[in-house]
Ligand binder design. Structure first.
Ligand code: 2PG
Ligand code: MG
Length: 475
């Protein structure tokens, strides 16, 4: 090809002339930089390479990370993993070779990205999130993403979402908001896990989490300050009552003293809130994760204790009485998974009492069929959104829409095995979920999410509204 033919083929002379003319019209002080940026905008918006690798999550368990390349740059995403993995959630593909990371390595998922997914996506426009996600769903062909692995698909879906935002030159949260068709973005109320138990900590406390929500703060930044101060006061309260050993932390960063009852935990938290002086501006929430201590039809609140009295077995009705008493005594905004994941009846009855918001996590597994059933039967009134139980950004947006249409609340959630990816922070703002649960204000993989929300609040400036008292958002 001659030089002239090459210039003509790429319309180079015209493109360069256009860029020079635009710089002259703008009378910019740095024309070279202006021309470079102008030319960059003319570069086609396509995925050029997708490369995955195995990394570790915060528990030291392998997970998937992906670098998605476009003409604009390289966009990285990694996926979290949790304790619960049920029949209804998308499948996390693990190799199962006991000689490698005790069976937890993810080489197959990585290979699926580097070969099949990469081949299918190269050349696609990263702005077209739904097309990208559907291309992967079609490639997988199974209902629960068993073939390629939801961990493989989600990593790519998130990386593509970041690339799409970069193509549009808008913040990630804005891109997500556009994809969802929602006009408003809101900074969520952080639900900080301050006390940990259940499967997330090595103490004897059966309940998984006690959280605090600074709904009375004016901005997210202030909520972070109040939550963090309360966390430090709680450390002092625990240290006085249980010694320093009680201040060890669980997987989400929550403090993990050996307490024997929910009431004892709530008293500690109440004392810490009192010491901050913010009092009724900070509310409380509980993730009971009751499935983990449900034996038949009974709940064993001593399940982790070595000295079981046998006295602490509760029926579902006893649990309801306990929740009623606690909600009357403490400012509890929501209870997550108050009963076993298959106990639709008691969850429904408890929701009908209207004492507090009832969040379905293990009950729903972010699965749209289960969400639809819960809406139809009024089993609960809020969704815990865990993106890795779904597997794509597009489907996460859809399930949030389902919940919103039913006037439900939505809590965007991390997992106990987290990574340094803060995607869920942008997701919670873009979808205006009203609440985010990302662990304690402690440990890097948790603070990553809260720190990103600080940056978003700064970047959005006047447009940044903190959900605060309007934490349910759907009302
Ligand atoms: C939950 C989550 C996060 P996991 O139950 O809400 O705390 O836990 O990631 O173990 O499912
Ligand atoms: Mg939960």
């Amino acid at each position: 090809m001659s030089v002239q033919e090459y210039l003509d083929k790429h319309a180079l002379s015209r493109k360069i002339e256009d860029a020079v003319n635009a710089a002259v019209r703008a009378k910019t002080s740095d024309p070279v930089l202006f021309i470079a940026n102008h030319m960059k905008k003319a570069v086609s918006s396509v995925i050029t390479k997708v490369k995955a690798r195995q990394i570790l999550d915060s528990r030291g368990i392998p997970t998937v990370e992906v670098d998605l390349h476009t003409n604009k740059g390289v966009f990285r995403a990694s996926v979290p993993s949790g304790d619960s993995s049920g029949t209804y959630e998308a499948v996390e593909l693990r190799d199962g070779d006991k000689g490698m990371y005790l069976g937890n390595s993810v080489a197959k998922a990585v290979k699926n990205i580097n070969e099949k997914i990469s081949e299918a996506l190269i050349g696609m426009d990263p702005k077209l999130q739904a097309q990208i996600d559907h291309a992967m769903i079609d490639l997988d062909k199974t209902e629960k993403k068993n073939e390629l692995g939801a961990n493989a698909i989600l990593a790519v879906s998130i990386a593509a979402c970041k690339a799409g935002a970069a193509e549009k030159e808008v913040p990630l949260c804005k891109h997500i908001s556009d994809l969802s068709g929602r006009a408003t973005m809101t900074l969520p109320v952080p639900a900080f896990t301050v006390l940990s138990g259940g499967n997330h900590a090595s103490n004897y406390f059966a309940i998984q989490e006690i959280m605090i929500l600074p709904i009375g703060a004016a901005r997210f930044e202030e909520a972070l300050q109040w939550g963090t101060e309360t966390y430090h006061h709680l450390k002092a309260v625990i240290s006085e009552k249980h010694g320093n050993m009680g201040c060890n932390v669980g997987e989400d960063g929550g403090l993990a003293p050996d307490i024997s009852s929910l009431k004892e935990g709530l008293e500690l938290v109440k004392e810490a809130i009192n010491r901050t002086g913010y009092n009724d501006k900070i509310k409380i929430a509980i993730d009971v994760a009751a499935t983990n201590f449900c034996i038949g039809t009974k709940y064993d609140l001593d399940i982790k204790s070595p000295n079981k009295s046998g006295q602490n077995f509760k029926s579902a009705d006893d649990m309801i009485d306990m929740y009623k008493e606690l909600c009357a005594e403490y400012p509890i905004l929501f209870i997550e998974d108050p009963f076993d994941k298959e106990d639709w009846e008691h969850t429904k009855y408890f929701s009908s009492l209207g004492i507090c918001q009832v969040v379905g996590d293990d009950l729903l597994m972010s699965n749209s069929t289960r969400v639809e059933r819960a809406i139809k039967e009024s089993s609960c009134n809020a969704l815990l959104l865990k993106v890795n139980q779904i597997g794509t950004v597009t489907e996460a947006i859809e399930v949030v829409k389902l919940a919103r249409d039913a006037q439900w609340g939505v809590v965007t959630s991390h997992r106990c095995g987290e990574t340094e990816d803060s995607f869920i922070s942008d997701l919670s703002v873009g979808l205006a979920t009203g609440v985010i649960k990302a662990g304690a204000p402690c440990r890097g993989e948790r603070t990553m999410k809260y720190n990103q929300l600080l940056r978003i609040e700064e970047e959005l400036g006047d447009q940044a509204l903190y959900a605060g008292e309007d934490w349910r958002q759907s009302l």
